[in-house]
Write a protein that binds this ligand. Structure first.
Ligand code: OSB
Ligand code: MG
Length: 423
């Protein structure tokens, strides 16, 4: 790691955003000296099943970031417990942050939060969710320091975001219909149905019949199908779905393009879009017409904004995905969704849809007409993190310090692989 990285083109704010007075301000310098990792456990109010797995209790990795002036923010790593959505898990992410992310960022002064991505990408493959947790935290820290809402620092323009709900696979279509009706009554602007072979056409048909033609309905397969299922998937065309999300392989673009040619329904890609280059490839190949952006999946905010910009320039709508985040991760998703290209409802359900009690105050809510408000009255995340509650929920902690500021009383907290502070 050398300081010359800071002068590489990618380390500067993108030209179109460099004009943003706030982002270019010296107040957004990032100099992290400490990361504290925490694992908390939060039980979902209802188990959530997707084609590749079931989640009942979330093991959530939270990161508390501290800079050289003692300013702190909280961030969330969205990796799950099992490697069923992507290769990462909470345990691999914990290791990646400790072993490789922390040593690259702690004790180093970055000109701005945009400069973290190149430092985290150089000769460091994969682990996007681990990288994103720290990179996004750096954006929130910069927002705190500049005393602006995170949404503003990112270039957000929308004050309220239309909200969708993602409904897990149920044992019977009737159970899904019950949940879809409740979602419709609650005011959600979009209802997403998780599907898999054996729980698809009949389920979508039942929900469409129940909610009527005016409701924005979509399906998400999480890679449960192959191109051999094209004819079967084409049966979904008759239900007027807004989109079908990620029907095929998690890293596929070519077969999605073939499938898209056979469907009227637009395809939306989630897993397959891991950075702006993949979004460009999607456009070149015609693999989909809509993109779900999850900042964790793509390595953080700089990458998310780049994907947003690529799609916006091409007239391709994007929307904010979710990973069953706590209120901390949700704050980041809501801020990102305020960018102008996010023109479709996001998976940004209110706290009460997931948890008996969230870890932020106020909890995330949705208006009766299905909008989540971007918190613009407060700098940074816009919600207060309930540290007492997090303390109660914490099952594991690790403190990582910049080598020069490591307290000698806690030598076990030095990041693995980093120089050991001299006594
Ligand atoms: O594919 O969008 C997905 C949750 C876990 C893993 C993958 C996905 C999801 C969701 C949840 O759809 C959306 C939410 O957070 O409400
Ligand atoms: Mg998805």
């Amino acid at each position: 790691m050398t300081d010359s990285l800071d002068r590489r083109p990618g380390a500067a704010p993108p030209p179109d955003r460099g004009a943003s007075a706030v982002a270019a301000d010296a107040g957004t310098r990032v100099h992290l000296v400490r990361l504290v990792l925490r694992e908390i456990r939060l039980t979902l109010r209802e188990p959530f099943r997707i084609s590749s797995g079931l989640v009942t209790e979330r093991r959530i990795l939270l990161v508390e970031l501290t800079d050289a002036d003692g300013v702190t923010v909280w961030a969330e790593c969205v990796a799950g417990e099992q490697p069923n959505y992507s290769a990462e898990t909470i345990d691999t992410a914990w290791h990646a942050i400790e072993a490789w992310v922390a040593p690259r960022v702690l004790g180093r002064a970055f000109d701005g939060p945009w400069a973290l991505r190149p430092a985290l990408e150089r000769d460091f493959r994969g682990h996007p969710m681990a990288k994103a947790a720290v990179e996004m935290g750096a954006w929130a820290l910069a927002a705190e320091r500049a005393a602006v809402p995170l949404a503003r620092l990112l270039g957000g323009t929308q004050r309220a975001i239309p909200t969708g709900i993602s409904l897990g696979i149920q044992a019977h279509p009737d159970l899904l219909v019950d949940r879809a009706r409740a979602a419709q009554a609650a005011g959600y602007r979009k209802i997403k149905l998780k599907i898999q072979p054996g729980a698809d056409v009949a389920y979508v048909a039942a929900v469409r019949a129940a909610v009527g033609p005016g409701v924005a309905l979509m399906a998400d397969a999480n890679s449960a199908y192959t191109i051999d299922d094209a004819e079967h998937l084409a049966r979904l065309d008759e239900f007027g779905l807004t989109m079908i999300e990620q029907p095929l392989g998690r890293d596929d673009l070519v077969q999605h393009a073939a499938l898209q040619r056979r469907l009227r329904t637009p395809l939306c890609l989630d897993e397959s879009i891991t950075d702006a280059d993949r979004a460009r490839d999607m456009l070149a190949l015609g693999s989909g017409r809509i993109v779900n952006i999850k900042p964790g999946r793509v390595g953080g905010f700089a990458s998310s904004v780049a994907i947003h910009d690529v799609c916006q320039a091409a007239g391709v709508p994007v929307w904010a995905g979710g990973m069953l985040e706590s209120g901390v991760g949700r704050a980041y998703n809501v801020a990102l969704a305020s960018l102008p290209g996010f023109t479709m409802p996001g998976d940004l359900s209110p706290s009460a849809r997931y948890w008996a009690r969230d870890v932020v105050t106020p909890e995330w809510t949705m208006s009766a007409d299905g909008l989540v408000t971007v918190p613009l009255e407060r700098p940074g995340l816009g919600v207060a993190v309930d540290v007492d509650r997090i303390d109660d929920l914490t099952v594991r902690t690790q403190q990582l310090d910049a080598p020069q500021s490591a307290p000698q009383s806690a030598p076990q907290s030095a990041p693995a692989g980093a120089p050991v502070p001299s006594p």
